[in-house]
Design a protein around this ligand. Structure first.
Ligand SMILES: Cc1cc2nc3c(=O)[nH]c(=O)nc-3n(C[C@H](O)[C@H](O)[C@H](O)COP(=O)(O)O)c2cc1C
Length: 649
């Protein structure tokens, strides 16, 4: 078979191990971390799904090598905790049986111990150890590691690697980046030691070298050691790319694969995990520069999901391997689809951060576009039903499309009616926002998959009760979405007012100065986009804070972007009248001011299309309502509910 992406699909040998392609699974932590140090069954299934999807490696993360000085994570691989070994063995098996190489990330958070604890109060009772004495940004004291402790930690890396190998892992990844312990030693910002572990670069690299020597001694020659580090720390006082190159040169003889990431978790989260406001592959330049100076294979990571871009990265010699985290949550089958020349079927990550936000908020993993993530144990295969039914889906937004896809995969006879002239629902309006192209694309890709699955798609079709009864459906899924809230505010029906959902159709009418009325997520994102387009933007929000509906990972990045784009924000400010000059607003004291803008974008929220639901709720023997028409919510909810409504038929 002639591959469209020959470089991405080409096997590679690292150490003594053959990898089936160049698409590696970057580490992501599982969820059911048990207090007796085992990988829970849900996490094993979480890792297995990506192995099944064709990635060359799947990396189990968060293996704490020295709990005595860490305790930031609940579990660790340790001979003393008998259960841990079997759980790691079963996990390695689950990855290996699908042809992927199981790898495990060896980690120590150093002075950031406790970062991942759900119960943040427990942080205070841990000892935070780093290269040097100090105080963390959250006020917790950091103690400098003694030489004895350093020796002990170095040894523990070897011990953990040896046990991992025994458990069936065929590779280890040493976490030397993102601000954790090894990074702290490498960094002039954290490392103020005056002994042989601090000062010159040669001294700061010593700890990493000793760790790698300890691991090599434990696993023997030929066993691949991947070293993950930040090519540059990307903050004032940290090391830069020039030093990153030198670090790579000082370590390369001890490793088999150099994995170049970027920045640190605490001071550049949005670069380490590139946000939707950054271009794809924004960190590739770091790997590309380092690759010029080393002889070991180099991997790059960060916002990679486009096969063409990834193929070019390898073809042009910027890196030998691409690693993906979020892209493989969104579509674990991405590598399989690339290998089969089916790149058009890939569902792309939206970079919405639901995956990381849910972990922090609910200790679960969830992905907006993939209803299976975090629920893999519930079953990842969709089995055909014994008695196919006649199914009518009303509404072609993300929930309806997902419902149609799942129902069709089960063998039902599915018809999807959409009243507009294209599929996608609310996602259609995202096409005008440069940083939300993938959200728009989601509607297009799901539309393609639904069509390929044999669904009868009827556009420009409004469904009423007569339609459903004449159709004679066994099951109906109502996914009719929500509509914008437009309160009866004087002047809000003016020519110069554009409802945010209509912006994509009316963008040419937007003047140079704009007032965005409503500082929820949609209003904030519209304001950012307009400011990026060079407009003078003022954002008016009644509440004291912006975007309370944004998730806890996306929100700080969004707020940072609002600042960066010089958007003037008026909080606790209520629009009372729209005029040709702008919006007259009232503050909490009742004072009125005119906030000037020739165009007004109305972004005051969405309400469920309850009237449509009420009209159709008893139109068939089985009627399910999903997504925004139940409660205006997120794409995550719509997709998840759509999938499950289809499974329930
Ligand atoms: C849900 C999630 C969990 C992660 N957990 C880890 C981890 O435990 N260890 C680690 O080194 N990186 C972790 N990362 C960072 C990723 O490995 C990767 O470097 C980062 O997400 C950028 O890649 P991406 O743009 O392909 O997602 C995590 C990322 C995500 C999205």
């Amino acid at each position: 078979m002639v591959k469209k992406f020959p470089n991405l699909c080409k096997p590679i040998k690292i150490g003594n191990v053959y990898y089936r392609n160049r698409m590696f699974g970057a580490p992501m932590g599982g969820t059911d971390i048990t207090s007796d140090c085992t990988i829970g069954r849900a996490s094993t299934a979480f890792y297995e799904l990506r192995a099944k999807g064709g990635a060359a490696t799947v990396t189990v993360s968060e293996l704490v090598v020295h709990p005595e000085t860490e305790g930031s994570h609940m579990f660790h691989l340790d001979l003393k905790t008998v259960g841990a070994l079997s759980s790691f063995t079963y996990t390695a098996d689950a990855i290996r049986r699908h042809g992927a190489i199981p790898s495990v990330e060896l980690s120590h958070s150093g002075q950031y111990a406790g970062t991942y604890l759900t119960d943040k109060d427990k942080k205070g009772s841990l000892n935070q150890w780093g290269p040097s004495d100090g105080v963390r940004p959250d006020g917790l004291p950091v103690k400098a590691l003694t030489k004895d402790l350093i020796k002990d930690i170095v040894k523990s890396y070897g011990t953990a690697a040896e046990i991992a190998k025994r458990a069936g892992f065929e590779m280890v990844m040493v976490h030397g980046g993102h601000g954790w312990l090894i990074n702290q030693f490498l960094s002039p910002y954290f490392n103020k030691r005056t002994d042989e572990y601090g000062g010159s670069l040669e001294n700061r690299v010593r700890f990493a070298q000793e760790v790698l020597d300890s691991i090599r001694e434990a696993v023997g020659p030929g066993f691949p050691i991947e070293f993950r580090f930040s090519g540059s720390e990307l903050f004032e006082g940290g090391y830069d790319l020039t030093e990153g190159v030198e670090i790579a040169k000082l370590l390369e003889s001890r490793i088999d694969l150099l994995h170049v990431s970027a920045g640190t978790y605490q001071r550049g989260f949005r670069i380490t995990h590139p946000s939707m406001f950054l271009p794809h592959g924004n960190n590739v330049y770091l790997a590309a520069e380092i690759k010029k100076h080393v002889n070991v294979p180099v991997a790059t990571v960060g916002a990679l999901n486009d096969p063409e871009m990834m193929e070019e990265i390898i073809a042009s010699g910027k890196a030998d391997i691409v690693e993906m985290a979020r892209a493989l949550l969104a579509d674990p089958e991405l590598p399989k689809k690339v290998m089969a020349n089916k790149e058009e079927d890939i569902i792309h990550c939206l970079r919405c951060f639901t995956c990381m936000a849910e972990r922090a908020m609910t200790s679960t993993r969830r992905c907006t576009v993939n209803p299976l993530i975090g629920r893999e144990l519930d079953g990842t295969e969709i089995h055909p039903v014994a008695n196919p039914k006649k199914v009518l889906i009303v509404g072609g937004g993300p929930g309806g499309l997902q419902a149609a896809l799942t129902a069709a995969k089960r063998g039902h006879q599915v018809t999807l009616c959409e009243k507009a002239d294209q599929l996608g629902g609310i996602l259609v309006s995202e096409q005008a926002l440069s940083f939300k192209q993938e959200m728009y694309q989601l509607g297009c890709t799901l539309g393609k998959l639904v069509k390929d699955a044999g669904v009868d798609i009827r556009l420009n079709t409004t469904v009423d009760k007569d339609y459903v009864e004449a159709f004679n459906a066994d099951a109906v899924i109502l996914s009719v979405g929500s509509e914008p809230i437009v309160p009866p505010l004087k002047g809000l029906d003016g020519e110069q007012v554009i409802i945010v959902n209509d912006y994509y159709r009316k963008k040419d009418k937007v003047e140079d100065s704009v007032v965005v009325l409503g500082g929820g997520l949609a209003g904030c994102e519209a304001a950012i986009h307009l400011a990026m387009e060079g407009k003078k933007v003022q954002l008016v929000e009644m509440r004291a804070e912006l975007a309370p509906d944004a998730n806890i990972r996306h929100r700080p990045i969004l707020l940072e972007e609002i600042k960066k784009q010089n958007i003037t924000v008026h909080n606790e400010c209520k629009g009372v009248e729209v005029t040709k000059e702008g919006v007259i607003c009232e503050d909490t004291q009742g004072n009125k001011t005119l906030i000037e803008g020739k165009t007004v974008i109305c972004a005051l929220g969405q309400r469920p299309r309850r009237d449509v639901v009420d009209a159709l709720i008893d139109a068939a023997p089985y009627v399910a309502t999903i997504g925004d028409c139940v409660k205006a919510s997120t794409i995550t909810t719509a997709v998840y509910q759509g999938h499950h409504a289809a499974l329930d038929i």
